[in-house]
Design a protein around this ligand. Structure first.
Ligand SMILES: Nc1nc2c(ncn2[C@@H]2O[C@H](COP(=O)(O)OP(=O)(O)OP(=O)(O)O)[C@@H](O)[C@H]2O)c(=O)[nH]1
Ligand SMILES: [Mg+2]
Length: 413
């Protein structure tokens, strides 16, 4: 037994959700919260759902339910509760006092997981910023709640080990992080500009967390990105080159997964990472087709893309994990330009995927058949660089070329 015994104690939590209408997704959302809690290292010992017209503005749940949770916590030896929505500062305070337990919310858990998974300096800045913004408004309630166990969820992060609870310090640290982030953003823009000068098309892999995005990138490019049956295994974008059968080189980017109720602090802080999709030529939307919540998850992905103002782009929806038993046969996505069934794990469907990518990227190109005199071989060089040379044949009259060329060089060829 070391000095850190208390910190290593597994937190025992009760999950609390409020259902505001029959048939809403509170139950599913709580299942997901359980996975989040698990990823954050807490053990779920109980679950409570309150049916209420709206969340209680002062205490999240009503008085009777608070009593129930208190008794339950006593019986189950719970150390804390996690509410399935982001608590207001007042709700956090009040509930902490009423329950006499560590009070956490969904946002705090997600922030904690992000904090544990950030690897790059950009990721770390983004997480710390989001954490501080969350803490800023909740100083009192958090201090009481988090001091109860002397560690654990909510106290992890790339920033100060000790909880930074001084308003002024938080403010100046936020300002400093914002400056660092602006710098990082500038770098990212330079990289993007370089990329677009290289004329390589970009495909962004997006999808709900745990859908198999990293597995797909690894399978296609051998990228070696961490793939794990955990939520938010990947936070930092990884980009790799993929050469399609027709010789086109494209950039594939894997990035942070989406989740329902993604805290707006995180959307704000992770904007430059999440926005990878905004600069892509095509979006690969990975869906876990074995998940019962597939439809909600797809909805959340499209909603997040909308929040990020990712405009109209070709979307290929990839129904993944089809190697599993009992996959539905009616897999559809009306928002996608095309859908495919794949297994990132076994590789099934991936050659169809690269074919589909070739086709999509060809779409804004024009097919040309031309005969060039031998002294115009330079044009063929240009086509090879910017477009897709299907064939070239040397004849007596010159070079016969068949190719797809981007609009912007059409005039020149
Ligand atoms: N059976 C099966 N499992 C898969 C397949 N693709 C991914 N998985 C598993 O699903 C889990 C999540 O995969 P990841 O690639 O880490 O998922 P992700 O979308 O990158 O998740 P985050 O980074 O957390 O957002 C891992 O345990 C994978 O092994 C598949 O085609 N079939
Ligand atoms: Mg991943």
């Amino acid at each position: 037994m070391g000095m850190n015994t208390i910190e290593e104690l597994k937190e025992r939590v009760i999950l609390i959700g409020v259902s505001t209408s029959d048939g809403d997704d509170t139950e599913e959302s709580l299942k997901e919260l359980k996975e989040l809690a698990d990823t954050a290292g807490a053990e779920t010992v109980g679950t409570v759902i309150q049916n209420r017209e709206a969340v209680h503005p002062g205490t999240y749940i009503g008085k009777g339910k608070i009593e129930e949770v208190r008794a339950m916590a006593f019986g189950l030896n719970a150390t804390g509760v996690i509410c399935d929505d982001e608590l207001s500062p007042a709700q956090l305070n009040n509930l902490e006092q009423e329950l006499d337990l560590k009070v956490m919310d969904r946002t705090l858990i997600i922030l904690d997981i992000f904090a544990a998974h950030a690897r790059t300096s950009e990721g770390k800045i983004q997480v710390e910023l989001a954490q501080l913004k969350y803490r800023q408004a909740r100083l009192v309630g958090l201090r009481n709640s988090l001091s109860r166990l002397g560690g654990g969820i909510g106290t992890r992060g790339p920033g100060e080990k000790k909880l930074e609870m001084d308003r002024r310090l938080i403010k100046s640290r936020i300002a400093q992080l914002n400056r660092e982030l602006a710098e990082v953003k500038r770098h990212r823009e330079i990289t993007r500009a370089q990329r677009s000068r290289s004329h390589m098309p970009v495909a962004a892999i997006v999808g709900y967390t745990n859908a198999g995005k990293s597995t797909l990138l690894n399978r296609l490019t051998g990228a070696g990105v961490l793939e794990e049956n955990k939520l938010f295994a990947t936070l930092d974008p990884t980009t790799r080159t993929l050469t399609l059968d027709n010789g086109t080189k494209i950039l594939l980017t894997d990035t942070v997964g989406f989740i329902r109720k993604l805290p707006h602090h995180l959307v704000e802080a992770f904007k430059s990472t999440l926005e990878e999709a905004k600069y892509a030529d095509v979006i690969l939307h990975v869906v876990d087709a074995s998940n019962e919540q597939m439809e909600t998850q797809m909805y959340v992905v499209y909603d997040t893309l909308r929040r990020l103002e990712v405009g109209d782009k070709p979307i290929l929806t990839l129904f993944n994990k089809t190697d599993r038993e009992g996959i539905r046969t009616d897999l559809r996505d009306l928002k996608a330009d095309q859908t495919l069934k794949i297994s990132a794990k076994t590789g099934a469907g991936l050659s169809e995927l690269t074919d589909a990518l070739e086709e999509v990227l060809r779409r804004d190109k024009i097919y040309v058949e031309r005969l060039y005199p031998f002294d115009q071989a330079g044009i063929i060089q240009l086509i090879r660089k910017e477009g897709e040379l299907v064939s070239e044949e040397y004849t007596a009259e010159g070079i016969e070329v068949r190719a797809y060329v981007p609009r912007k060089i059409y005039e020149k060829v």
